[in-house]
Write a protein that binds this ligand. Sequence first.
Ligand SMILES: Cc1cc2nc3c(=O)[nH]c(=O)nc-3n(C[C@H](O)[C@H](O)[C@H](O)COP(=O)(O)O)c2cc1C
Length: 373
Amino acid sequence: MSLPQVDVLFRPFRLKSLELKNRVVMAPMTRTFSPEGVPGDNVSAYYRRRAEGDVGLILSEGTVIDRPSSRNHPAIPFFHGDAALAGWKSVIDGVHAAGGKMGPQIWHTGSTVAGAKDWEQPEPIDSPSGLLAPNKPRGTAMSDEAIADTIAAFGRAAADAKRLGFDTVEIHGAHGYLIDQFFWAGTNERTDMFGGATLKERSRFAAEVVKAVRAAVGPDFPVILRVSQWKQQDYTARLAETPDAMTDWLLPLVEAGADLLHCSQRRFWEPEFPEIDGEEGLNFAGWAKKLTGAPTISVGSVGLSGDFLGAFKGQASERTDIGQLLRRMEREEFDLIAVGRSLITDPQWVAKIRTGDLEGLRNFDAASLGELV
Ligand SMILES: Cc1cc2nc3c(=O)[nH]c(=O)nc-3n(C[C@H](O)[C@H](O)[C@H](O)COP(=O)(O)O)c2cc1C
């Protein structure tokens, strides 16, 4: 691998009260190392190592709001309750001590399937219409009261993030979990104000969550919203088939108070609408930025040859060069880039890129999911 000019990744970034020293974000990644929902010293040390390794902004693993069935695994951390919040306080203090910045990713897993043996998810399992996927029943269609309680719980989690000293907060609206289940016609058959034939109508729930979060943190605290076209229930699903539909989906969310859109795709180099701007065209984050005017984060297989779904099947992935990423950052297609698996394997990944230690970069080995390196 030849030595690329990486300066474009190491420009500072500023958004409201958030000042980052570079453009690299640690992608939110569930690690299930928080028994009873409480992140311990091992989790604190894991995040601190990424701050020491020069990551500009760390997003936590998904951490769940205060609803009975907001998580689908017993070792996913809570973002509510004294014990869990004390754990998160120690996480953010450690990251700050190492010169890093961080936000929790606040989450509700909706009616996705529970991922642990011998563990029962508490009832009721929240979902828009009692569906996991088209024609696949799971969960209970949420009552008006359940919806109001869930929106309020997102707001409380955001208030706690700010109170504990986090620098930002990310709302998980992607990948087929609760918020995305409202976006998706395949799981949202509601006929009330949270459903409807258009994406704009089905974005109403997310907009209410964003508004509650904004009200909880005030005007100057940056709010990130993560969205995806794909769902774990259907990797080929697309919410927005056209730029107009994407505008209908995302613009109301920016208007509701999302400052930064985190546009999740599996391979950042794939064009979102190649029929419009060709095979080298803008990716999802590029289009989202162009259509809404909001800054965006891109993500997906940075520095690696295979996408992350293989990781769950135990597949390794080889390191690759980042020339294509640098070219896209130079043309300001998106503002920040999130990196997932490369940072699971190697807390020093960013520092190695910065200093040109390309020989020191590692391949991704799925075995590293079994421990907090
Ligand atoms: C082990 C693992 C856990 C993940 N957990 C989450 C999560 O909690 N929230 C989320 O939004 N995305 C999650 N993702 C997706 C990542 O944030 C990221 O989008 C994906 O890994 C692609 O980036 P990469 O190719 O650099 O790994 C997870 C990915 C992995 C590998």
